[in-house]
Structures are given as structure tokens and as C-alpha cells.
Ligand binder design. Structure first.
Ligand code: ADP
Length: 498
């Protein structure tokens, strides 16, 4: 194996990266049962930054058994809701105290600019733990009035679903761990979480903070390993009561199949092909900047990226020129370089995927208004790319690219149903943005668009209180907000004849 090559710009995360890495199972830091490890690389250079345990089925079995003991044996059930809240709040404090280190880990592991991790990923993760800390004491049932003859007392209890398997992606590694862990723990579940193989570092550091916060053994287990082995072992495990997954629609379907064995509950936050729709009366400067940020934020590696840009023909040329101009000026470079605005894609695989989509777009007749190529010849850098002259049947318009590539199309229609039909012409339904000064039109379109989120005059606005998730093939259930607690609770109806 190559020697570890750490970026000299690292100021906080070097010591952690240089450590020997272990997974958290049953309150202890352990190597994989097989002894195997796998390499973690810096996407800006392709060089090794760490080796981490290659957890697989044997490790998942140990983690699930520990989570089962903590759940069934009652060590977690005996912890009061307020104590669960206190532990989550403590974890939030610890994440906040280690913000710079965690932001550096995200940057060197995922490729995103350090500043973005520092001001977006990390504060949102801290907020998620705090927001859910508040919910731990507020999960309630209701009393019900029956219409049967006789007198009854009926009420519902909302109970934790049990042992939860959680499988997360690489685009916001720590934030996705927070989105998953915080509500499950607030609800009283125990957890086996697997980090994405491309970006395991911040989850392993988070595991240390989980220990420091004082969660009882087995309540939180954090594993590193590959999807086809460790991930599949979680989603197929007979002793896991529920699996929560964020990732591609393709893998989401595999999770559903694997979950069928014991009919475990499933929640899925999957892909998207989200439209950004610019009407002729929009504040064009704001709309152009917003549409550019909708696709280029996090290098387009967002399930809700505004990857289909629809602009009214009256403003289309100006919008495309404006977004292309912003694209051309984005400073692409290593995430740890303070001047960088966009880092590399996460892996060679994503680089190959995104560049092949761009090639396919060109071949099928799209015109490249900006970008279209790679940057440099080291690492996985792709230029922010604007494709225009695209048509609804093109692969680049239909499929999720998950990179900094937007497909622009004009529309001539002022009929809101027709605009919404175009926006809804996709198997996905995760998010959309509408840009207009007309509040009535904005809200009418919000009703007509079939997606879990509609942003009006903004895009990519997240908050722990806002439910997020998809219609259609973008998923099942919602992350965040009060809504996510439904993913992690069962409802029990209790009736007494009086
Ligand atoms: P991407 O295509 O963006 O890499 P994936 O959907 O492949 O996203 O991966 C998201 C997460 O799902 C990762 O943690 C990965 O290890 C996991 N995963 C991949 N394949 C499977 C599978 N067959 N079963 C369970 N988890 C999987």
C-alpha cells in the first residue's frame, strides 16, 4: 500500500488521520473481525490519507447483537427522555468544539472546500443534534374518542421502532450521519450506522465524540465498509427492525428487496433531478445567482441539485449567459486551498460518470455554454458545466448526473399547468425552485409541483425543522423536522373497556 500523504495545509485533522482507525461496536473501538482494511484517498490528488477497517457481515452481526442487547435489555430504554436529550445536546457541543477538525476531515476526504464544510455541513449537523435533543421529551401519543357502544379509554403510545440500521452517502458525510443518528436516538432506538466507503473519516471521529458524550455501550455503533458487503448485511439483517438509507435510487431499490426478508421498516432518501424554474418577472440577478448555486453548490453532488434549468423564453438567453458566466468564474481547486470555491468530485468513479454524461450530452446535440472538460490532470476535477439546447428526451435531462452539470431549456408557456407538467416530467420528486416576483404564481406552482420540497426565490435552504424527502422515486418518508420521528417510532393503540 502507498504511504500516507497528508496535505501540509491541514492544521487540525493531521493527528486524527495519522491514528490507527477503529470502528465503534458495543462501546469499544475495534478492528474488522477479518483484520482487513481499505484505503481512503484524497480526491484532489488521489493519494492515500488513511486506512480504515473493512467491516463486513461478521462485524455487522456483532454490532446488531450489541444494539439488540442495548434495546431489548433495556439499558437505553431506562435512560429517560430528558437524559437522551442531554446526551444529544452534549454530542452537539462536542461536534461544535471540534468543528475545525471535522471540517478539515470533510474537506480532505470528500473534496469540498474547507470553508463550505465549516459554514454549512458542520453547523447544520450541530443544529440537527440540538433540534432532536429537544424532541426527545416531546414524543407523545393521543387519546381517541371511539364510536362503539359501551365506554372505552383509548390512547396511542409512540414507541421506538427498535434496532435501526442506517446507511449513508458520501456527499455530506457528517451531516448525513447527524440526520440519521439524531432522530433515531431522540426516539429511543439503538443504531448501527455505516459510513460511505468513499468518506469514512468524519464518522470515525464522530464515533469518538459519541463515546465522550457518554452514550451507553451498544446504543450507537459506527462501522466502515463497502455497500455490497457491510451495507447489504445491514439491510438484510433479520434482527434489524428498520433500515434508513440515503443514496442512489438504484441502491434504494436493492435495500427494499433486502429488507423484505423480515419486512423491516424502510425509509429512503434517494435521487433527484430537480428543476429550477425562472419566470419572466423574476429578479433576474437573484435568479441567475440562485440557479447557479442550485447546481454548483457541493459540486452538484446534492440529491436536490437544481440540475434542470427552465427559463421563460423572454429571459432564457440572459439566464443561460448569466449562469455560464458564473460557471466560468468559479475557482476550482483542492478543498484545503482557501481560494477554492469548488473542489474535486469525490472519486475516480464519479469523475468517470460525470464526464461520460457530459460526452453523452454533446453527442446528443446539447451545446456547451460553459465548462465541459476536466481541470488539470491530477485528481477528479470537473469544470462547472452548462449544457443548453437540451431536450426532454436526452439522457442528461432524464438521469441524475450528481455532478456540476446543468441542462437548460426555454419554455414559452405562461400556463402554470404546462410549466408544472414540464417540471414534473421526471421519475423523481425531491425538490424544485421557482423564481418570480408574483407571490400568487409562486404558491400556485408550489401546489402543482410534485416534490417533497419547493423553494420560492431560493434553493438549497435547509433547516433541522424542515422535513426533507421525496415524492415518486425520490424516496419514502422524510428526514428532519417532526416528520422524521415517524420513521423511528411505532404507534401502539391501547384500549381499555371501562
Ligand atoms: P453513490 O452511487 O452516490 O455512491 P450509493 O447509493 O451507491 O451512492 O451509496 C450510498 C450508500 O449505500 C453507501 O454507504 C454505500 O456503501 C451503500 N450501498 C451501496 N450498495 C449497497 C447495497 N447493495 N446494499 C446496502 N448498501 C449499499
Amino acid at each position: 500500500m502507498d504511504a500516507i500523504a497528508l496535505d501540509p495545509r491541514l492544521r487540525h485533522a493531521g493527528a486524527f488521520l495519522a491514528k490507527s482507525h477503529r470502528m465503534l461496536i458495543d462501546g469499544k473501538f475495534v478492528a474488522a473481525a477479518s483484520g482487513k482494511t481499505f484505503a481512503v484517498t484524497n480526491p484532489a490528488t488521489g493519494t492515500l490519507i488513511a486506512s480504515v477497517p473493512e467491516g463486513d457481515k461478521a462485524d455487522v452481526d456483532l454490532a446488531v447483537a450489541a444494539a439488540r442487547r442495548a434495546f431489548d435489555g433495556g439499558s437505553w430504554a431506562k435512560v429517560s427522555p430528558s437524559e437522551r436529550g442531554r446526551l444529544l445536546w452534549k454530542l452537539a457541543d462536542l461536534v461544535e468544539q471540534n468543528l475545525e477538525e471535522l471540517a478539515e476531515l470533510e474537506s480532505i476526504d470528500n473534496g469540498k472546500p474547507y470553508a463550505v464544510a465549516r459554514v454549512a455541513d458542520l453547523p447544520l449537523a450541530v443544529d440537527m443534534f440540538r433540534y432532536m435533543a429537544g424532541w426527545a421529551t416531546k414524543i407523545t401519543g393521543s387519546t381517541l374518542a371511539l364510536s362503539l357502544p359501551g365506554e372505552y379509554l383509548s390512547y396511542t403510545l409512540r414507541e421506538p421502532v427498535g434496532v435501526v440500521g442506517q446507511i449513508i452517502p458520501w456527499n455530506f458525510p457528517l451531516l448525513m450521519a447527524a440526520w440519521k443518528l439524531a432522530p433515531a436516538l431522540a426516539a429511543g432506538c439503538t443504531v448501527v450506522l455505516k459510513a460511505a466507503e468513499q468518506t469514512p473519516m468524519s464518522a470515525l471521529r464522530l464515533a469518538e465524540l459519541v463515546q465522550e458524550a457518554g452514550f451507553p455501550p451498544g446504543v450507537v455503533n459506527i462501522l466502515t465498509g463497502f455497500g455490497e458487503t457491510a451495507g447489504a448485511a445491514i439491510s438484510g439483517h433479520p434482527d434489524v427492525d428498520k433500515v434508513a438509507f440515503t443514496g442512489s435510487t438504484e441502491v434504494g431499490k436493492l435495500i427494499v428487496q433486502a429488507a423484505a426478508g423480515n419486512l423491516k421498516k424502510v425509509s429512503l432518501e434517494l435521487g433527484g433531478k430537480s428543476p429550477a424554474i425562472i419566470l419572466p418577472d423574476a429578479d433576474l440577478d437573484a435568479a441567475i445567482a440562485g440557479a447557479a448555486s442550485a447546481i454548483f453548490f457541493n459540486h452538484g453532488q446534492c440529491c436536490c441539485a437544481g440540475s434542470r434549468l427552465y427559463a421563460h423564453k423572454a429571459v432564457y438567453d440572459k439566464v443561460v449567459a448569466g449562469v455560464a458566466d458564473i460557471a466560468a468564474k468559479i475557482k476550482v481547486g483542492p478543498g484545503l486551498d482557501p481560494a477554492t470555491e469548488m473542489g474535486p468530485l469525490v472519486s475516480d468513479e464519479q469523475f468517470a460518470r460525470v464526464t461520460s454524461f457530459i460526452a453523452d450530452g454533446r453527442e446528443s446535440g446539447a451545446r456547451v455554454a460553459a465548462g465541459g472538460g476536466r481541470v488539470g490532470n491530477l485528481g477528479y476535477f470537473v469544470q462547472p458545466t452548462v449544457l443548453e439546447n437540451t431536450t426532454p428526451d436526452m439522457k442528461v435531462v432524464r438521469e441524475e448526473i450528481f455532478g456540476p452539470v446543468v441542462c437548460a431549456q426555454p419554455f414559452g408557456d405562461d400556463d402554470l399547468d404546462a410549466i408544472a407538467r414540464q417540471a414534473n416530467d421526471t421519475i423523481y420528486g425531491l425538490a424544485a425552485s421557482v423564481w418570480t416576483r408574483n407571490g400568487g404564481i409562486a404558491h400556485k406552482l408550489a401546489r402543482r409541483i410534485r416534490s417533497g420540497t419547493v423553494w420560492l426565490n431560493c434553493h438549497n435552504v435547509f433547516d433541522a425543522s424542515l422535513p426533507f424527502g421525496g415524492y415518486k422515486q425520490s424516496g419514502w418518508g422524510r428526514e428532519m423536522g417532526e416528520e422524521v420521528l415517524h420513521n423511528y417510532t411505532e404507534v401502539k393503540a391501547v384500549t381499555q373497556a371501562l
